[in-house]
Ligand binder design. Sequence first.
Ligand code: GLC
Length: 421
Amino acid sequence: MPLDDEARRILRLNDKGSYTVPTAGLYPYQWNWDSAFAALGFASFDVGRAWVELETLFSGQWANGMVPHILFHRDDPGYFPGPGIWGTEGVAGKGEGRVASSGISQPPVAASLAWRIYGCDPALGLPRLRALFPRLMAFHRWFVAARAESGAVATTHPWETGRDNSPDWDAPLAANDPVGVAPYTRRDTGHVNARMRPTKEDYDRYIWLVQFGRARGWDDAAIAVESPFRMADPTLTFILLRACRDLGAAADVLGEDRAEIDGWIAHLEAGAETLWNPETGAYDSRNLRTGALSGSVSNASFLCWWAGLTDPRPIPTLRRILGAAPFAVPSFDPEHPKFDTLRYWRGPVWAVMNTMIGLGMEEQGLGPQAARIKADTARLISENGFAEYFDPVNGTPAGGGTFTWTAAVWLAWASPSAGEG
Ligand code: GLC
């Protein structure tokens, strides 16, 4: 079908040989979770290329197990903040890794998507999965040790959650005065409409947190104790929980011991419960400095089923949100005063989140709701193109265009020709 052809064209367009950029201009490097989704998209027509994508991502893994949120393979002056700002060269945790990178991670969806890609061609995939397995273990081990002290997975920077400017982070960011931020020039607003991007107040605080981590040599223990920003996050928690289940399945196939993985699963399941907010009827983020829940109903709230939780409690809230948004799933509650149809993670629909939400709901017996989410995603893409994200009220495409992960999940899930259900 023509849209499948267009999606493959976009993946090839953004393919730099061994890794894929999210979109030219706005995001000219390799991003962690974007790349894992790119691999899933490639797997629908070139399984070998899919494995190369994951292998390149893990070539940037730090000695301590962390897989950075951005790998700066080739310098590009059109992006800020680039490698010079992160200052990760020579930091202890990084070890001898030669790929320039940021100092934080991103939602660890890699094991889940590696497991799916293995399923596309087990004969080809078995040696690749075997080679990647210890690296995936090290990545998860790092996340649990460095971030999961409360059971749920905490973040030290909004960018680590993948939901950069979600209202979840407003209170802890506002509580921190970004004193001493060195002068900088944003590049993102030179590529797309500023109305669709985070505000300057938010941006100053993002850069302040980068400087804070850099000043501590990206030392996880120091940052965990000293940073004013430590938020337990449903995106990271649910995605890691699911990734541990998938890594456990991989361990079974590879004949590896899975006791450590089972320990992580139990730890994260208990942690997930600390994110339940009875007042909103949804999973929420929690400020580990104050103990306060954010009061947010976001699209991350509905990743609970992707995480494998059999939990009916969020269903009434899910119904309310589906009823309030012409296009599902809005990244923030349409009935909340902070809802903003175009501003990034404060309202717009993101196709990758829909994919995980929809697949998880299908597995947990929420078939009709999952079908609605898939149909909305397919309509948004077929009527408005492969945009970075979409207005949940009228479908307006927003952010960057010719976007890799939107094309990838079209091929893997939303297209009528996709293998999944
Ligand atoms: C934005 C998104 C993040 C994504 C990146 C590259 O920062 O918030 O989730 O990984 O763009 O597409």
